[in-house]
Structures are given as C-alpha cells and as structure tokens.
Design a binder for this molecule. Structure first.
Ligand SMILES: *Cc1c(COP(=O)(O)O)cnc(C)c1O
Length: 230
C-alpha cells in the first residue's frame, strides 16, 4: 500500500509542478508519520523517504532512536517551550515557531548544543480561532527580531490551511502566504537563508504547489488514515 501511495503522491507532485511550470526539484515532500508505527516509517525509509514530519515531542524522541541517522526529522506541531530541550538536537527543521518567547528558548537550547536550528514561522493566514500561528501583520516584525539570534536560522514560512472539501478554496490563502514569503525574501533580512515555503497537506498539496509551495506535508496520502483511538 505504501509503495502505491508514495508513487501516486509523487506523480501528483510532478503533475502540479508541470502545470505551474516549476521544476520537481523545487518541492520537498515531507512524509507526515505522526501516530504511525515505527515499522511503517521503516518501510517508507526503504522506499526512499528521508524526511519525516511529526507533531509530538515524545514521538520524535522514540522514532529518532528507531530509525537510521540519515533521516531528517521535522517538528510540524505546536511546540511548548518546556519541551524544546528534548528535540533541539534531533530535528533538522521546526515548522511551528509562532512567538518571540519560543524563539528565545530555541536560541538558548541551540546554544547549549552548539548548533544552529533551522526554523519556519507559522502563519495563521485564515486567522482561524482554533489554530496557532502568527497573523500576517506580525510576521515581519518577529522575523526581524529572530534573525538576530546567532543560533537560529530563519528558513521561511509555514501555514496550515483550513480543512475544506474543495482545495480550490485554499488557493487564495496559499497565494497570500506566497506573497508574504516573496516580500520577506526581497527584504533579504537573513542574508538569503529564506527559501522554504511549507504549505499543503493531503487534501490540498497540489494547489499549494501551483501557488509556490517548496515543501508539502503529506500524511494520510502516504500512510493512510490515522487512528487516534489506540
Ligand atoms: C497532520 C499534519 C499534516 C498532514 O496531514 P494530512 O492531511 O494527513 O496529510 C500536515 N501538517 C501538519 C502541521 C499536520 O499536523
């Protein structure tokens, strides 16, 4: 099942790139493996996947131990400041930075580990009450502060679009975030390190790619539906 799913996702990514006149190499696929057992991640690894997205600190810690070291772990979920210390040495990208306070803690922990941590700012483009993330107007002011932290590298922006039946409904949200991303890149506040636009999930990643995503986060489309009852 995994092989077929990955093949289908890959084809859809390629088709979306073609439609948008983009190169397939511009888009990174993150396999969102939250709630899925280690055996399934190993199967995906054997099929060539190297970038996995998780949203729980404890799950990253366990799976990190169980998989080969060349896996890149992405923290895509809300991150509590008191848990930063458990993952800062394990993840290659944190997608979900949405406050100065969180950035300060990441800076402190990164310094302890003598490493530089790559981060994205999470933007709640649709301003949904239920979601974490910055408002569009808050992004540039926070970015300008964060780029001064020596152990954090600002790599770009991320959004979780609303759940909609018809992915076309999210096109404008993706376009808006892309516009902000281009603005920030043009300001060159971080010496050209901003090159990641993380948007699009199983239901809407093709539209996101058409609107400029450089990273898509696909869970269900690769691993099947999640079971939260176990
Ligand atoms: C769960 C999750 C995904 C993947 O969702 P699917 O709809 O299963 O593809 C992507 N991004 C984030 C932040 C998530 O929490």
């Amino acid at each position: 099942m995994l092989r077929e799913n990955l093949h289908e996702v890959e084809e859809k990514i390629q088709e979306a790139c073609r439609r948008a006149g983009r190169d397939r190499g511009e888009v990174t696929l993150v396999a969102v493996s939250k709630t899925k057992p280690v055996e399934m991640l190993k199967e995906a690894y054997d099929l060539g996947m190297r970038v996995f997205g998780e949203n729980k600190v404890q799950e990253i810690r366990e799976k990190y131990e169980a998989l080969p070291r060349d896996v890149e772990w992405h923290m895509i979920g809300h991150l509590q400041t008191n848990k930063v210390k458990y993952i800062v040495d394990k993840v290659s990208l944190i997608h979900s930075v949405d406050s100065l306070r969180l950035a300060e803690v990441i800076e402190k922990e990164a310094q302890k580990h003598e490493k530089t941590v790559d981060i994205l700012l999470e933007v709640n483009v649709a301003e949904e009450e239920s979601k974490f993330g910055l408002r569009i107007s808050e992004v540039l002011p926070l970015a300008e502060k964060i780029v001064q932290f020596p152990h954090i590298r600002l790599r770009g922006l991320m959004t979780i679009a609303p759940f909609v039946e018809n992915p076309e409904k999210n096109r404008e949200i993706f376009a808006n975030l892309h516009e902000l991303y281009v603005d920030i890149k043009e300001k060159n506040i971080d010496n050209g390190t901003v090159s990641i636009l993380s948007m699009g999930m199983t239901n809407d990643y093709e539209v996101a790619i058409e609107e400029g995503a450089t990273m898509v986060r696909v869970g269900t489309g690769i691993f099947g539906a999640r079971d939260y009852s176990i």
